[in-house]
Design a protein. Sequence first.
Lengths: 86, 244
Amino acid sequence: MTENEASIIKLIEELLERMDKAEGVTVTLDARLHGEDGLGLDSLDTAELSATLEDELGSDPFAEGLMPETVAEIVAFYDAKESVSA
Amino acid sequence: MSTAPRTVIITGGSRGLGAGIVQSFLDSGDRVASCSRSETDQTRKWAEEFPDRFFFMEADIADRPQCTAFVKEVLARWKSVDILVNNAGVARDGIHALFSDEDTDTVIDLNLKATFHISKQIVRNMLAHGGGSIVNISSITGLTGYRGLAVYGASKAGLDGFTRALAREVGSRKITVNSIASGYLRTEMSHGLDEDQLNQIVRRTPAGRLGEPDDIARAVQFLVDEKNNWITGQTIVIDGGLTC
């Protein structure tokens, strides 16, 4: 698992814990953010995820107009940023 | 007194009501950040007296990049914001049939659009940090209407509507949002009213006087007190009884 993958999965796990939504949920790269077959985030949860990502990582895909559907798509956003700045 | 200092942003804190609210939070031991288009003797004095817990930046928050730069600067210093007081506002008076488009834009750009913009940024910070309080400084002219203040009154009614909707959105995240409909204050800009109009207001006010900034600042302190977190989405009228 890459550093970005590990840190974003950890951030989402902590967020779900804070929201009392962690029980019975496993955060994987393939996990969908929304819906009952995914992490079950509603719109306010998504806003909280967006704000937390920006707070921790300095930018976030939602604020830049992207709408990632899975954990992997969030990771891809930060991977792409790094490859641009590298 | 609060146990730990809270971080408070008060927009338009260089004079008038805003300065009264800044003074109140400095008195309660909190960290205060404020901005206006230009500094004043008062803001310079606070910066000297409280170098560690008063921050002032010249910024026109109706200009989004300037507003964003101000918020970034505050967060770089203090990481998170506990309280936002949306006080910055402008009044332009005049019969609506003769009102200029420029005046309409000036009032709406600051009183509403700037408030929406800074509130969005601060709500995001509050979501990431587990809660907070927002107080919007509104006006009784948004509730009753006042001849010559149609656009200003509409902007304040809009602020009250914004207050209710935002309170519903973020209530579950320990964020309260309220507005204070202020009556007429004895500040240097009593919203374009002349002396005759102010005397007439005093005669019609049960409390028999105009308001002081501290009358409003005490209500702000009440609304942002953590113990009062069951009060949200409300517009509290503080006007000496004028509209009762």
